[in-house]
Design a protein around this ligand. Structure first.
Ligand code: CA
Length: 230
């Protein structure tokens, strides 16, 4: 298999060089783009496997770039946000980004995000048509509409089941509160986010060995949730 190609979109040359060096050391191929315009050109002409996208570029809004890329491509996008406010990340995830890193980030964090992304790409390629989802001791039989933990059927409410399936179908990807509530209830009111927390707590009690230290569903405080590959 060819080494994966990563497009690094970052106007700060120090950060760009750090990422480039890290990728090179770990056997990834990469291309760099310092502006939004050059990022779109590179994405069109080289069809990268993953795009690392700094949200603060001089010529274009990061969210606009995500919308543009998403109009023709499903390539995973990991956004790099300098601002600690959650709204940027949430907007980016809702626009179609897959994951995010907050500056300053460590080399380990960057590599971990890439591993999750490549694993997800691999799993999606493998199992897009699968009628049964398996992750550790968790099994979802989509056709039968039921879920199991260690071969024991879980007694889930319809909303808990829907929530579990939504996270499983997007395993590895951070889903925002807004996205989840829209998918589950068809709306996104503040009340729904509060309800979501309640349903998440009851779901976790049923699937996690230690609900206060979950291994299947990760919380991204202020942002959303992600199903992890166990
Ligand atoms: Ca920047």
């Amino acid at each position: 298999m060819n080494k994966p190609l990563i497009l690094v979109v970052e106007d700060d040359s120090a950060v760009r060089n750090l990422i480039a060096t890290t990728l090179e050391t770990h056997g990834y191929r990469f291309q760099t783009a310092p502006t939004g315009e050059s990022a779109i050109l590179e994405a069109v002409s080289h069809n990268p496997d993953v795009i690392l996208l700094d949200l603060g570029l001089p010529d274009m809004d990061g969210i606009e770039i995500i919308h543009k890329i998403r109009s023709w491509s499903k390539t995973p996008i990991i956004v790099i946000s300098a601002r600690s406010e959650d709204t940027d990340k949430i907007d980016a995830l809702d626009a179609g980004a897959d994951d995010y890193l907050t500056k300053p980030f460590s080399v380990e964090e960057l590599l971990a995000r890439l591993r999750v992304t490549f694993r997800r790409l691999h799993d999606v390629g493998d199992s897009v048509q699968d009628a049964v989802y398996t992750n550790g001791d968790l099994k979802i039989d989509y056709a039968a509409g039921c879920a199991f933990m260690k071969e024991q059927e879980l007694h889930l409410t319809p909303i808990e089941y829907k929530l579990l399936c939504l996270l499983a179908k997007n395993a590895g990807k951070v889903l925002t509160h807004t996205y989840i509530t829209r998918e589950i209830w068809g709306s996104a009111w503040d009340n729904d986010v509060a309800s979501l927390r309640v349903f998440m707590a009851t779901l976790r009690k049923k699937i996690e060995a230690d609900p206060s230290n979950p291994t299947y569903i990760q919380t991204h405080i202020g942002v959303g949730y992600r199903m992890l590959k166990v």
